[in-house]
Write a protein of this length. Structure first.
Length: 315
């Protein structure tokens, strides 16, 4: 039986920080039809954090957080950790003597000094150009995979600001033709257009910003059709303006499935109900119908009545 001293020694030997494999986390999560919101709720962090982990923006995290991620994905911790690289030391090349003439030997220190100075200038210029060209905002769209004619769908744009960045910025979303803008938080700048919606985020804040909005699909849409989104984020520094494309999903399949039914199997199961609940709470006041979602979850599933344009619960 393990003594207390042995247990303490073992716990001290376990590294508190581990290197995670974000690509593996994303692959396992998508294979299991789990959302980032579900994993975030299990771990106790935001969906932005899960997204950054999956994109390998934070290659190392606390071990207890990694264990919670593994629990959410129902896999062992080792399956989401990066394997330790095993490499053999390269043999050192044999030194080859270089014979210089007396004149070249006298000039060698000067040539070396000039070369080092040129290299230093190049490194400084490269660092400045790299910083000028660095992306200061990363915008990602969160979009349900499915929708239904005449029904409401939620959309979010999550903008991750660079640490210390306090400048204001503009977000533009191009919505599908015929879709009707309903509401958003924060409110839109001016009036929402038929194809474009804009938000003006004032300067002064730091950290991530989430823009939530809802749309209604046209009742005349045919099942099997698709709706495409597009957008950009614009950041201005004095006379300089930088534009970036909003990443993430950009298409909804109109197939008579509820937006909360993320795997499209005709039911809202236990893995889907909690993410839907959190999203409805986060987007409270934007028209999402939690009662219908809860009713579908309580039943055996649902079907789509294309004539009446409604979801019908299967008891």
């Amino acid at each position: 039986m393990e003594t207390q001293d042995e247990k303490s020694e073992r716990e001290r030997s376990v590294p508190p920080i581990v290197a995670i494999d974000g690509t593996a986390i994303k692959r396992i999560r998508e294979a299991k039809k789990l959302t980032q919101l579900y994993v975030a709720s299990v771990v106790g962090v935001t969906t932005d954090t899960i997204s950054r982990w999956e994109n390998n923006r934070y290659p190392t995290i606390k071990r207890d957080n990694a264990e919670k991620v593994a629990t959410a994905l129902e896999v062992s911790l080792e399956e989401i950790l990066k394997p330790e690289p095993v490499s053999e030391p390269e043999p050192e090349p044999e030194a080859v003597p270089v014979l210089l003439s007396p004149r070249k030997q006298r000039l060698a220190p000067l040539v070396l000094a000039v070369g080092l100075g040129t290299l230093l200038v190049a490194l400084i210029v490269g660092a400045v150009l790299s910083r000028r060209g660095a992306a200061e905002l990363v915008a990602t769209r969160v979009l349900p995979p499915f929708g239904a004619p005449g029904q409401l769908v939620p959309v979010q744009v999550k903008v991750d600001r660079r640490d210390g960045e306090k400048s204001g910025f503009i977000v533009k979303e191009r919505i599908p033709a015929g879709w009707r803008f309903v509401a958003s938080n924060p409110p839109v700048a001016g009036e929402a257009g038929e194809r474009e919606v804009k938000w003006l985020i004032p300067p002064g804040g730091t950290g991530p910003v989430t823009i939530s909005y809802t749309l209604t699909a046209p009742r005349t849409l045919l099942l099997g059709s698709q709706a495409d989104f597009g957008g950009e984020v614009i950041l201005s520094h004095g006379k300089a303006t930088r534009r970036g494309i909003i990443g993430g999903p950009a298409r909804i399949v109109v197939n008579g499935r509820h937006w909360a039914d993320t795997n499209g199997d005709g039911r809202i199961d236990d893995n889907e109900i909690m993410p839907a609940y959190y999203l409805c709470e986060e987007m409270r006041g934007l028209g999402l119908d939690w009662k219908t979602i809860e009713t579908i979850w309580s039943g055996a599933g649902y079907t789509w009545n294309d004539k009446l344009k409604v979801f019908e619960v299967v008891k």
